[in-house]
Design a protein around this ligand. Sequence first.
Ligand code: NAP
Length: 272
Amino acid sequence: MALIDKRTLRYIKEYRWSNVVEMIRNNRRSPDICEEDFTGKLVVISGATSGIGYATARKYASKGANILCINRNPEKSEKLKDEIEKEFNVKCNYIIADLSSIEQTHNASSKLLELTTAIDVLIHNAGVYFTRKQVTADGIEYLFMVHYLSSFIINYILKEKLKAQGNSRIILVSSEGYRFAAWGLRLDDLNWEKRRYSGLKSYGSAKLAQLLTMLLFDDYFRVSGVTINAMHPGAVKTDSGQENGKFYKWFKRNILDKALKPPDISADRIFK
Ligand SMILES: NC(=O)c1ccc[n+]([C@@H]2O[C@H](COP(=O)([O-])OP(=O)(O)OC[C@H]3O[C@@H](n4cnc5c(N)ncnc54)[C@H](OP(=O)(O)O)[C@@H]3O)[C@@H](O)[C@H]2O)c1
């Protein structure tokens, strides 16, 4: 019996390994530091209560931007608002929405649509990582909903507003982890009902779905002055994965976290 089947062999042959080499190089690079002034601009960011989102909200605020967060936790949001407003003398408001809920995602989008001011930067950052399959109250696999569908809904609802503004920047906090969806998206089983669930593959699929629709939005926004880009924030130490079991948390704390960098480097990458 052959060790590797034909399909895998073909995959290995056709894979653009130069991309992987570039990814490794990029991960080692320090981000360029940008000093652009954002005074008076509005930056909307999801998942700003922790990790990369928190560091990014602080980074934009430090450059004069007003911040509007989409967070699920009211207490953490109030604390963040207080901290940012005191420290940077800008406005920091929040919309409370659990982005695993279709209804709450729609409500948050409607509130953004009603804004009379322009959204200068829209950052889709909120994310989770589960090793075991979780399903939302709407019956959707959780990672797919939070990483992909929620950002899709928000972009879709806001697309005309952003286009009419004539200028805006959408940033998707993606991940090199999209490569875990090595065989592409299984459109016949997006909800992981026909296959054995894998946290890594599901995470990769959700990020890949986001990248693929980014290309469609990019077409839509072409020549409008609105840009949409995805970025990998680097491998950084955050609260990610805390909902998982004891073994994962032990592994993260004692092995993974030791090699990770602080999330400020992600904020510098997003800001640039
Ligand atoms: N850390 C890395 O090395 C790394 C690498 C590549 C990509 N990323 C991406 O970076 C993004 C941020 O992750 P992180 O590492 O900074 O993780 P984190 O510290 O766990 O932060 C995640 C943020 O998302 C929020 N969030 C989670 N589920 C939500 C939901 N259902 N509704 C609304 N908000 C929700 C969290 O809110 P609470 O505070 O309420 O929990 C928190 O603010 C994710 O998209 C992740 O895939 C991270």
